[in-house]
Design a protein around this ligand. Sequence first.
Ligand code: E4P
Length: 218
Amino acid sequence: MRTYIDSAEVENVREAYELGLVDGVTTNPSLVAGTDREYRDIIDELTEFVDGPISVEVIATDYEEMLEEAREYDTWGDNIAVKLPMTRDGMKALRTLTAEGVQTNITLIFSVNQALIAAKNGATMVSPFIGRLDDNGHDGVGLIEDIREVYDNYDFETDILAASLRHPYHVQEVAKAGADIATLPPSVADKMFDHPRTDSGLEAFLDDWGDRESPALK
Ligand code: E4P
């Protein structure tokens, strides 16, 4: 499973990059607004070191304006994926952008039918929002399993990008459910490294070794 970082904080993405977790990046208007920076400046910095897709989300809600925004974003780098909402206008824009060869990520997916429509219109990726479904008493990971089954039944090439992940257990569950990509908030990515038995085990090894030198460094 590929892992993206779900953040508009360039330093967070850079840290995750050094740890081998950055196959791409996702951003959204809320994340960018939280930085008090220009969207373009953030993306310019990210394109300097991120090779995989960087999702940039449109603000417009009508077809023509979405297209205008999307075409501009597409000039911001070779690896931009334009993020469009799962709406009727969003799907019309998706059809046009697919024909133009633009990479796309359809956001705010909460049902199999929405994922089916996005795939039929040629989406590069769909983003089912796992945590927000769980928040509403639904089964977020179950949605990933169901979309996987439908995409496999019909050989859709659209990637399933599990989004809105809240904790490391979500990550392993969406991996088991067959997500192609998980986009990780930096705090979740960080927690994936830890296990208390790793820490206590290492501490015991070092205690037992005591003051001896490393044989490799003698
Ligand atoms: C990513 O593409 C989504 O915008 C993001 O994962 C949403 O996460 P949230 O539900 O924590 O806001």
